[in-house]
Design a protein around this ligand. Sequence first.
Ligand code: G3P
Ligand code: MG
Length: 261
Amino acid sequence: MNSRAQAWPYPRWIAHRGAGKLAPENTLAAFRVGAQHGFRMFECDAKLSADGVPFLLHDASLGRTSNAAALWAKASGSDVSAVAGEHAWSRLAQLDAGSWHSPGFAGEPLPTLANIARYCLLNGYALNIEIKPTPGTERLTGAVVAQHAARLWQGAEVPPLLSSFAPEALAAAQAAAPHLPRALLLDHLPPDWLDIALQLACVAIVCKHSLWNARTVQQARGAGFKSLSYTVNDTVEAQRLEALGTDGIITDRVDVFSSQL
Ligand code: G3P
Ligand code: MG
């Protein structure tokens, strides 16, 4: 067994997109809600604005989780791109990323990675940064997110865990900041899943939870990887994953699992 994954500084429980569905995903408000429920580690999705600022957003499009369509259609007509990565940060920073969820979060901005880094570092929280490139920008996003993360967490006791479904993004992150830990995200198991993670010198594999069983956990462990799951919202499934000896669970249900932290 290799020694890459032996020093594991992260809590078992990780709040998905900040607080799952209890607050607008990938906003600082969501992180605060997750923290109020006792979570000490968070997952978020990071991509780049057109001028290279890493910020939090899950979808490539702004449509679902911001007021871009309404705001910009009024100002510039309906031909404005909905693709977040095609806009400069100065424009993205004007958006309301909270009202779509509920009125109590109206006005909540899209956060930069730097905003979230400050919040996590000042509170001693750990972060899993999922590199979520706008399609076609995998290498650039991996490199820039890793460069920013290395600078923001410089000297920190616990580094952020960088993860991605895109091996090209992880390879670019590895080249830009080789000291930051990486995890391969998988929604299915290709025949060479362990080889891909080994080539990228990952410390962990984060799988869709149903992919873990006694055999796959043993294979991952045997190759030196920690095993984490997304997105686990069911208590029976969480118990199954714990019994298998997996190492981390990403959940939307910060309310349900609050008592187990
Ligand atoms: O990082 C784990 C999980 O967030 C991956 O799926 O689509 O929710 O970003 P998604
Ligand atoms: Mg994610």
